[in-house]
Design a protein around this ligand. Structure first.
Ligand code: C2E
Ligand code: CA
Ligand code: CA
Ligand code: CA
Length: 278
């Protein structure tokens, strides 16, 4: 039995070494990815359900690795563990502002760009200053920038978060709570923090049809947000049934494959142009 245990132990270690080597390799590559211009942004339209028009877009990061595109679900966690999320996140924010400023100047002054901000980034000293500086340098109207933070951001230091959010709001920047319903926040946060939009997590939307619990949750979230004067945006909308349900409930906006997948900037421009001709 002892020998068997030893073998298992050794195997465990071998596997662990193997994994951490792989991780180290990927980490080194990610470290260089920014300089090598392998990190890029795709944009997914956000659509207003009252007007049916595009009101903005979420910037979603992509890693164009020489061996193929790597999804953020695979490298953002690594970036967070290694601290690389700070340079990557700062680059994403800056690039999003530059791009949206271009679109403003190209005749779409109402578009708002939404940028994902990780917990570490939000808690980075000087974050508000960096946002301010980025807006000044890129010339983007602060009202045309929205920061998406998850509920878990609010778990740390409530005073710091309130202070940071207030400063951002005073600048005119909008704030969305991302993946709402999956984190640990209490509903009272919504009252305390002045958020503009609540993004209903796609897990509730995906199983809407026929799932009475999810239907009840989505209905309640929309009704509650209306009372609190917070906008609702449903993520991951793929089917007409889901769309109909959300319209019926008075959801303000959607994002999902039913309208468009995340696309490179040139394709987003095409979407805007075809919309204008409608
Ligand atoms: P998220 O912020 O919740 O972004 C929405 C994700 O849902 C995107 O995945 C998008 O492609 C996907 N999606 C949108 N509509 C649909 C739909 O109808 N069906 C399905 N199945 N999926 C849909 P993506 O681009 O792979 O990003 C995954 C996650 O990676 C994001 O989730 C976000 O948490 C993180 N992420 C992406 N870009 C950034 C970034 O610049 N910074 C940070 N910190 N995180 C990012
Ligand atoms: Ca998001
Ligand atoms: Ca989300
Ligand atoms: Ca409000």
């Amino acid at each position: 039995a002892k020998e068997k245990g030893g073998n298992t132990f050794q195997m465990y270690f071998r596997e662990m070494n193997h994994r951490s080597l792989e991780q180290l390799n990927l980490e080194n590559q990610l470290r260089k990815a920014l300089d090598k211009n392998e990190i890029t942004l795709f944009y997914q339209p956000l659509v207003d359900l009252q007007t049916g028009s595009i009101t903005g877009m979420e910037a979603l990061v992509r890693w164009k690795h020489p061996q193929g595109m790597i999804s953020p679900a695979d490298f953002i966690p690594l970036a967070e563990e290694t601290g690389l999320i700070l340079p990557i996140g700062n680059w994403v924010l800056r690039e999003s502002c530059i791009q949206n400023k271009k679109w403003q100047d190209a005749g779409y002054p109402d578009l708002t760009v939404s940028v994902n901000i990780s917990v570490n980034q939000f808690h980075q000293p000087g974050f508000v200053k960096y946002v301010q500086q980025t807006l000044t340098e890129t010339g983007l109207d602060p009202h045309r920038l929205c920061l998406e933070i998850t509920e878990n951001v609010a778990m740390k230091n409530v005073t710091y978060i309130m202070d940071t959010m207030n400063k951002l709001k005073q600048m005119g920047v909008q704030i969305s709570i991302d993946d709402f319903g999956t984190g640990y926040s209490s509903l009272s946060y919504l009252k305390r923090f002045d958020v503009d939009t609540l993004k209903i997590d796609q897990s509730f939307i995906r199983e809407l049809s026929g799932d009475e619990d999810n239907m009840a949750i989505v209905t309640a979230l929309i009704a509650m947000s209306k009372q609190l004067k917070i906008k609702t945006l449903a993520e991951g909308v793929e089917t007409q049934d889901q769309l109909n349900f959300l319209i019926e409930q008075g959801c303000d906006g959607i994002q999902g494959f039913i309208f468009s997948r995340p696309v490179p900037p040139e394709q987003f421009e095409e979407l805007m142009r075809s919309q204008h001709h409608l």
